[in-house]
Design a protein around this ligand. Structure first.
Ligand code: TXA
Ligand code: MG
Length: 325
């Protein structure tokens, strides 16, 4: 694979230049950083899979400048999809819609739907506005690892593999977009994410959730083991478990990810509180950075406490569960 002298910067024209020459660059979004290439150029899309070491059967999300542009790439927009688009785009919402032929099969792994969204990040919106193609972009991490929420996270793993990282500071949502599909008249949530189920249900009513795990990537984003640190991770109602382990492992080898208060009896140095104000949005924003920090620390095992199963707490629990498989 070609080696690059990776540059980190805020220069939209530089990013644009690389994209026009068929290269892939990292871009910020409100959820996580993406690894972006021209979605209409198969060679660029192939590079995305290669840099990420991602299997070709796992389809990519296409990013457009506005919800109006989505029409150029999809055959039809169901009524409920239109309602969600009007309410939540730009934002952390990805829709699965029947694709037009201009979207290469490589992007959708041969599926007849394309995952499409409008990211809510000022730099990336400025960039998209200047392009005459949409951007295919999975999260900018090696396949299976934790998604990046800062330019530095991207650089830690992809330095040398891509020419440019567009630095848009730390992402504000912190977990990937919520993926919603439509079957007949039914709306189905396929991936819990940065847009809470409750918000979606407020505008279109009771919604089915199908985040069936398993290794069948046709149920989107739902590879069982994903978002995983290199260290062993345990998840659940584990305050009591931790204390049993604490008897066998030295204290400094145990890391903890907790919501709003420390677990007693464990060294606080290796505990990360995601939101002392008990705010699930703040916790989501801090989640992946905390996982990375503990992964890079001296601990041998990371314990994650279960979060309240509401709002973004559901997406947090989903990621922690997958990270601990
Ligand atoms: O927030 C996000 O969505 C971020 C930012 C960069 O936009 N992107 C992201 O992409 O999380 P990625 O590739 O890490 O996750 C996309 C998920 C994959 O699990 C894939 O299986 C699913 O979307 N997906 C993509 N196209 C699909 C399709 N046509 N049908 C079903 N699932 C699809
Ligand atoms: Mg990903």
């Amino acid at each position: 694979m070609e080696r690059f002298n990776t540059i980190i910067g805020k220069d939209i024209l530089a990013a644009k230049g690389f994209l026009y020459s068929g290269e892939v660059v990292a871009i910020p979004t409100e959820t996580v950083y993406g690894l972006a290439g021209n979605a209409l150029n198969e060679d660029a899309v192939l590079k995305i899979f290669k840099v990420k070491d991602r299997p070709h059967f796992d389809p990519l999300i296409v990013h457009t400048f506005s919800k109006e542009q989505i029409k150029k790439y999809v055959e039809e927009i169901p009524e409920k999809a239109q309602i969600l688009m009007n309410r939540f785009m730009p934002g952390p919402l990805t829709l699965l819609l029947k694709k037009k032929k201009v979207i290469p099969d490589l992007v959708t792994s041969g599926l007849d739907t394309v995952a499409i969204r409008v990211p809510n990040h000022p730099l990336t919106l400025q960039l998209l506005e200047q392009l005459d193609f949409p951007l295919a972009a999975p999260s900018a991490n090696p396949f299976g690892y934790i998604s990046p929420t800062t330019a530095q996270h991207v650089n830690n793993q992809l330095s040398g593999k891509i020419p440019y990282i567009l630095d848009g500071d730390a992402t504000t949502v912190g977990v990937e977009s919520t993926i919603v599909g439509f079957e007949n008249d039914q709306t189905i949530i396929y991936r819990l994410g940065g847009l809470a189920v409750e918000e979606i249900e407020k505008v279109i009513g009771k919604t089915e959730i199908n985040i069936s795990s398993g290794s069948n990537p046709k149920s989107p984003g739902m590879m069982n083991s994903h978002y995983a640190p290199k260290k062993e991770m345990m998840f659940g109602n584990i305050r009591s478990m931790i204390h049993k382990v604490a008897l066998t492992l030295p204290e400094n080898k145990i890391g903890v990810i907790a919501f709003d208060r420390f677990v007693e009896g464990i060294d606080k140095k290796n505990q990360i509180i995601l939101s002392s104000a008990s705010d699930l949005n703040e916790a989501a924003k801090n989640l992946f950075g905390a996982m990375r920090r503990l992964d890079d620390s001296e601990v041998d095992v990371i314990y994650a406490i279960e979060f309240p199963e509401e709002g973004l707490g559901r997406a947090i629990n989903d990621r922690l569960r997958r990270a601990s498989v």
